[in-house]
Design a protein around this ligand. Sequence first.
Ligand SMILES: Nc1ncnc2c1ncn2[C@@H]1O[C@H](COP(=O)(O)OP(=O)(O)O)[C@@H](O)[C@H]1O
Ligand SMILES: [Mg+2]
Length: 428
Amino acid sequence: MSRLKLSGVSKRYGDFFAVDSINLELQSGEFVSLLGPSGCGKTTTLRMIAGFADPTAGIIEMDGQVLSSPAGSVPPDRRQMSMIFQSYAIWPNMTVQQNVAFGLELRRMRNAEVKRRVGEMLEVVHMNHLADRYPAELSGGQQQRVALARAIVVRPDTLLLDEPLSNLDANLREQMRFEIRRVHDETGITMVYVTHDQVEAMSMSQRIAVMRDGRIQQYDRPEAIYRYPGSRFVASFIGSPGINLYEGDLISREGALHFVAPGVDLPLTGALVERLSEPAGAKVTLGVRPEDVLLHLEGGPPDALVGRVTVVESLGPETIVTLETTLGDVTTRVRGMQPIDFAMVARACGATGLSVERPEDCGRVIEQALATPGPVLVEAVVDPHEPPMPPKVRAEQALHFAESLARGTPNRGKIALTVASDTVRELV
Ligand SMILES: Nc1ncnc2c1ncn2[C@@H]1O[C@H](COP(=O)(O)OP(=O)(O)O)[C@@H](O)[C@H]1O
Ligand SMILES: [Mg+2]
C-alpha cells in the first residue's frame, strides 16, 4: 500500500487552477521532490497534503485512510505530519534545546523523556554542543538544522519541506542537502520536498515529480527524468547547461530510422528507437545533452557536424563550448579547463595563425598577414589586466577588435578569425 496517495487532486481559485488534477503516490519511507518553476503549484500541493488547504476536487489518502475528499478533511494536527517552511522561523526567545523540546512538551511528555529525545535529535543534526544558544547566536544553516530537529523530534510519519534551503548561501545549501538526506536515511521518515532547484531535487530524491502550470509533467527516478524526459519542458528544465533541441524529420531508410535536419542525418539506434512514439515521417525534436556531444578540434569523423566556436566558458571543473552550425547552436561540455588551442584551430582551418597581444602590434600583424599566402587567422588577446567581464561581453569586444583590424587592410578576406583572451575566443 502506498503511504501517501493523491488521486485527481485539484485546487481552484476562482477560474484559476493552481493545482490541476494531479495523481501522485509515495511509498513509505520514500523521499520525493516536487520540482518546478515558481507558481506551478508546489506549495499549494504541499498545503493540501498537510491539511492547511482543502482540495477543490480529488482525494488524498494516507495508508489507505482518506485524509481529504470533497466530503470532508482530517484536520492538520491529526495527520501525523510536520511541515518546514521556507522561512524556518524558530522561536527567538527560546534556546535551541527549548525550541526542539516545545512540540514534545505540548504533547505532555514526561520531562526525562523530553530530555532524552531532544538530546538524541540534536545529535542527529549535530547541534548538541549549541543546545543552550539562542537563535540570534546561530548561523543560517544552524537555525535551519534546529528547524529540522524541531520538525522531526515529534516523530511525524511524513515530513513536508517547502523550499527549506532557499534562504541559505550556496555552501550551506550543499551541506544541508547532505544533512537532510542523512536524516532521512537515519529516521526512515517519508519526505515530500518542494523545490525549484533541479540540483536539490536530483541530488536528494528517490523520485521527482516535475510540475508545470498546476500539473505533474513527469514522475520518475532522477536518472530517468534526466535520460528520458517525457516532454520538451522537462527536457529543458533539467540540466545545466541546458539540453540542445533541434527540429527535424523522422525518416525511414533501408530499414533504419533517421533523424534528418539541415547538416545532419543521424541513424537512430536501439534504446532510442524503442522509446519513440512517433511514426516515420513525423516532425520530431531531437534532444542532445551537452556532455553527449563529442568535440573534435581537428581530425573529427567525416560525417561530423562542422561548426564555428562562438563562446568558450571555462568554469573550472568543466568548459562549456558553444558552436554555431547549420543545425543551430550546439552547446558542449568538456571536462576540466581546456582552453581552445589557437594554433590547433588555425591548423584545423588550414590557415596560418598570428597573434596580436598589444594594440600597438596591430599594424605589424596586418603587414605580416598580407604577406602570408593563403588564409590567416588572427588571435586578438584581450588585456589580462582588464577587470573581469562576462564571456559574452569579452567575445563582443574581441569581435569589435577584429573588425577594426580588418577595416585597416585592403584585403579583408585575409583575416578570417579573431580569438580573444584565455577564457573567450570569438571566431569571425
Ligand atoms: N490563496 C490563493 N488565491 C489565489 N491564487 C493563489 C492562492 N495561492 C496560490 N495561488 C496561485 O496559485 C499558483 C500556484 O501557487 P504556489 O502553489 O504557491 O506555487 P509554487 O509553490 O509552485 O511557487 C500561483 O499562480 C499562485 O499565484
Ligand atoms: Mg512555493
